[in-house]
Design a protein around this ligand. Structure first.
Ligand SMILES: *Cc1c(COP(=O)(O)O)cnc(C)c1O
Length: 402
């Protein structure tokens, strides 16, 4: 018999970098979770935009167990079949010619930023090193990626930080045009700022960044860790915007719950990496890539991608209806199934309270900063589960207003 565990043990044994909910989910299926006491929850969080096919999708489970019967890990002295299949699928489905695999979004961005610096050095020994990033951006938790991120609360305590990173206001093309120069090696941007509050880039902003990067010979990096793999209703958000980056990073939904990240790029940049310049032990691990290959096959279909837009409509229609009655939100925004609801003036800063009330009512949602309730459910969530989840949200909203 395994030892019984309680939430209290988190406080006793875990480094306190998180403050998880008081309940412990133990079992999941589709868009549902159950905790230790058997209470059910509709899952609109999807493990933070990760479980794009819900929990325990049968075909993904089969891909995992089939690979588990063959070989789990080889290391990068040997390639493997699942990684080669997945790389080809990603290249065939995107602008990219080459893929580098790793284990997380931060690591994919770390690789992208290192590649941009490497390319910059090749052009101008010590001058072309500046990275332009944006206020409120989130790119991960390594030292380089918290430094590129635009939320000083995540970086300031870890100084000294890597230099030559400039932060400019998001969606302010004029600020970038004023600042960018021949010393700029890269611009890194999220097509929709996820952690920063579900704030979509203006199409003109991304188009302008593309032009400026081409003009100044800088690398344009799209951080699609949150927006990628169908989340917006296209496989990648760059396709929805019609703006092609030089490097794209993807993680979260790529593994559907199995840790994996990837950096996609073009031959002209990829060739700067040589054996030994960069790497990671688990990158391209056969278990992870077998799962991701199946996830990609299942999501990259007209039915699933088209279904995301349909679900966006179901979702926002009902959300607006709730808001019409209670006026808790000042704006409901986002694309596809990455939806943010900004708290209205009266409830400013109360996204976390609403999130907690929702959990009590049996709904798992997310926040994006103190003022935005965020939803990133399964891309194949049934209409009845959306309805049930939003009924539960309505009860939480009513309690918040009471
Ligand atoms: C979550 C996220 C990351 C970090 O990914 P990890 O897997 O947590 O390292 C980076 N960029 C964006 C846009 C994200 O949403």
């Amino acid at each position: 018999m395994e030892q019984q565990v309680t939430r209290q043990q988190f406080n006793e044994y875990m480094v306190p970098v998180y403050a998880p909910a008081e309940f412990i989910p133990v079992h999941g299926a589709g868009s549902w979770l159950w905790d230790q006491s058997g209470k059910d929850y509709v899952d609109f969080a999807g493990g933070i935009a990760v479980n794009a096919l819900g929990h325990r999708h049968p075909a993904v489970l089969q891909a995992l167990t089939e690979q588990a019967e063959k070989v789990w890990h080889l290391g990068n002295g040997y390639t493997n079949e699942p990684v080669l299949r997945l790389a080809k699928k990603l290249v065939d489905a995107t602008f990219a010619d080459k893929v580098f695999f790793c284990n997380s979004g931060a690591e994919a961005n770390e690789g992208a930023l290192k590649l941009a610096r490497l390319v910059g050095h090749s052009k101008n020994a010590h001058q072309k090193t500046e990275i332009i990033a944006f206020n409120n951006a989130f790119h991960g938790r390594t030292l380089f990626t918290v430094s590129a991120g635009g939320q000083p609360k995540y970086s300031q305590d870890f100084a000294p930080l890597p230099p030559a990173i400039t932060h400019l206001p998001f969606n302010d093309l004029a600020a970038v045009a004023d600042h960018i120069s021949s010393r700029t090696c890269a611009v890194i941007v999220e097509p929709i700022q996820g952690e920063g509050g579900v704030v979509p880039a203006d199409p003109e902003f991304l188009k302008g960044l593309r032009q400026l990067c081409t003009q100044y010979d800088a690398v344009l990096i799209f951080d699609e860790v949150q927006t990628g793999v169908g989340r917006t209703g296209e496989l990648y958000a760059y396709q929805a915007y019609g703006v092609v980056p030089d490097i794209l990073t993807t993680a979260k939904a790529l593994g559907g719950g199995f840790p994996i990240g990837a950096m996609l790029t073009v031959d002209r940049l990829a060739e700067h990496f040589q054996p030994g310049t960069h790497g990671t032990t688990y990158g391209g691990n056969p278990l992870a890539t077998a799962v991701a290959g199946k996830v990609l096959d299942l999501i990259n279909t007209p039915e699933v991608l088209g279904g995301v837009s349909v679900r966006h409509e179901w979702f926002t229609e009902r959300l607006n209806q709730i808001n019409h009655q209670y006026h808790v939100f000042s704006e409901i925004r986002g694309m596809g199934l990455l939806i943010g609801a900004e708290m209205s003036e009266r409830f400013k800063g109360q996204a976390k309270q609403l999130n907690q009330l929702a959990a009590e009512e049996g709904l798992i949602s997310l926040i994006a900063g103190p003022n935005v309730l965020r939803f990133a459910p399964s891309l194949i969530i049934p209409q009845t589960d959306i309805e049930e989840g939003l009924n539960r949200l309505e009860r939480a909203v009513a309690r918040l207003c009471a």
